[in-house]
Design a protein around this ligand. Structure first.
Ligand SMILES: NC(=O)c1ccc[n+]([C@@H]2O[C@H](COP(=O)([O-])OP(=O)(O)OC[C@H]3O[C@@H](n4cnc5c(N)ncnc54)[C@H](OP(=O)(O)O)[C@@H]3O)[C@@H](O)[C@H]2O)c1
Length: 255
């Protein structure tokens, strides 16, 4: 769909991929509603965007009432949302048995429930207007699985399933949906203490969040159903589908 002049809402806008997506959307001529918890970070990101009606809406996406209030404020200030980017997310790199109920809830509510609540809230308007786009930022880990990431992968596999299913429900409506599978991206995502165990050689392969942001803008324009960034990581998904036993042997060996 056409991004120029669109009203866009980006969750997780205060950092990493979300901040880069805000910049890319604003550069493409969109109005951006920036959503995350840290108001000061949001204000800094918004201040660095090209001129426009961009505005910040500090909100904890784990709180459905706060999310509904933020969306109402976006509508009142910037109008109906044409493009929703469900990007807010957290991860923990630790064995499943070390992940307690509180952390499990935090990961599922941030990565999955918030996306479901927000999408449900904006879709009726998009369908009525026959125009809109929903972007779900999942992960390559949400396509293939990964050790020490069980709850994170559960949230991202679910987000992928949600996105894949919406494709069929929305066909022919004028509303598109894109599943985004980032690989390893250089962001503060890895700052949580649990990532001290994350392999350093994998971190060295990290690419800039701007590359993911550019892919998201392209995907919205071209109405792409799924994009993997960097693209060659999609080989893993393909191999897992075509030769699952071989794929799992390779994953065990490289762990
Ligand atoms: N970095 C990678 O290698 C990688 C790979 C695959 C997928 N991803 C996915 O990409 C997305 C963005 O991650 P990133 O790498 O950019 O990480 P990041 O730099 O840590 O950014 C995460 C964003 O999510 C927001 N957020 C977290 N909890 C929130 C909450 N309860 N309410 C509102 N906002 C919340 C944070 O804002 P506040 O703290 O201000 O609330 C922040 O803006 C995530 O969904 C992540 O799973 C990342």
């Amino acid at each position: 769909m056409r991004i120029e002049g669109a009203t866009t809402l980006v969750t997780g806008a205060s950092s990493g991929i979300g901040a880069a997506v805000c910049r890319a959307l604003a550069d493409a001529g969109a109005t951006v509603a920036l959503v995350a918890r840290r108001a000061e970070r949001l204000a800094e990101i918004a201040a660095a965007l090209p001129p426009g009606r961009h505005a910040t809406f500090p909100c904890d996406v784990r709180d459905p009432a706060a999310l509904a209030a933020a969306l109402a404020a976006v509508r009142a200030r910037l109008g109906d949302v044409d493009v929703l980017v469900n990007n807010a997310g957290i991860g923990r790199y630790q064995p499943f048995v070390e992940t307690d109920a509180e952390e499990t809830a935090a990961i599922l509510e941030t990565n999955l429930h918030a996306a479901l609540h927000l999408t449900r809230a904006v879709l009726p308007g998009m369908l009525a207007r026959g125009r809109g786009h929903v972007v779900n930022v999942a992960s390559i880990a949400g396509r293939i699985g990964s050790r020490n990431h069980a709850v994170y992968c559960a949230s991202k596999f679910a987000l992928a399933g949600f996105s894949e299913s919406l494709v069929y429900e929305l066909a022919g409506t004028g509303v598109g949906v894109t599943l985004v599978n980032p690989g390893i991206i250089a962001t503060p995502f890895f700052d949580h203490a649990s990532f001290a165990r994350f392999p350093a050689r994998a971190r060295r392969r990290a690419i800039a969040p701007a590359v993911v942001a550019a892919a998201i803008v392209r995907a919205i324009r071209r109405d792409r159903i799924e994009v993997t960034v960097p693209a060659h990581y999609a080989i893993g998904t393909l191999l897992k589908t075509l030769a699952p036993a071989l794929f799992r042997r390779l994953m065990q060996r490289n762990a």
